[in-house]
Design a binder for this molecule. Structure first.
Ligand code: SME
Length: 160
């Protein structure tokens, strides 16, 4: 059974250190990447305050589309065409995109009308982008540079 103290009251640096430590514990000894991504999405959603969606999209090699993977939140767009939305843009640019106001991001795809800000981190295996971590918040300007660094580090743990 997953039992851990709530992290919401912690300062961001400590919250990210805790998330990293808890993810390391959750995936230790489990080789199944799908299971580990599912637990990672659940961990983020349970522990990071003010999120309405947390999960993964994976590049489908045949089409180049991003296809939804394990997530927490409302049902979402199953498939995102290459370059589309914040997720497609993060893959195309090969870098994390932090969107303080989704209404100001041209081409943003609204899977949940409640989303106001977003953070998308590309996932790499052997240098190749294989998908993204997508986090949505109902609060504008929810994510900081510290959150960006924290989630980039978390993805290094998940896709090491
Ligand atoms: N907002 C994303 C689409 C995915 S949903 O937020 C879960 C985008 O613009 O790519």
């Amino acid at each position: 059974m997953y039992e851990a103290p709530a992290l919401s009251a912690l300062p961001p640096a400590q919250l990210h250190a805790e998330l990293q430590s808890q993810l390391s514990g959750l995936i230790a000894g489990e080789p199944n990447a799908l299971a580990n991504a599912a637990n990672c999405a659940a961990l983020i959603f349970a522990q990071m305050p003010d999120l309405n969606w947390a999960g993964f999209y994976y590049v489908e090699p045949e089409s180049g589309d991003l296809v939804v993977g394990p997530f927490q939140g409302k049902p979402a767009c199953a498939r995102i065409a290459p370059g589309k939305g914040v997720c497609g843009a993060a893959v195309a640019r090969g870098e994390t995109i932090l969107v303080p106001d989704v209404h100001a991001f041209p081409g943003h795809i609204a899977c949940d009308a409640a989303s106001r800000s977003e953070l998308v981190v590309p996932l790499r295996r052997n240098g190749e982008i294989i998908g993204v971590l997508d986090l949505d918040s109902p609060l504008p300007n929810r994510f900081t540079a510290e959150d960006q660094a924290g989630f980039e580090a978390l993805m290094q743990i998940l896709f090491k």
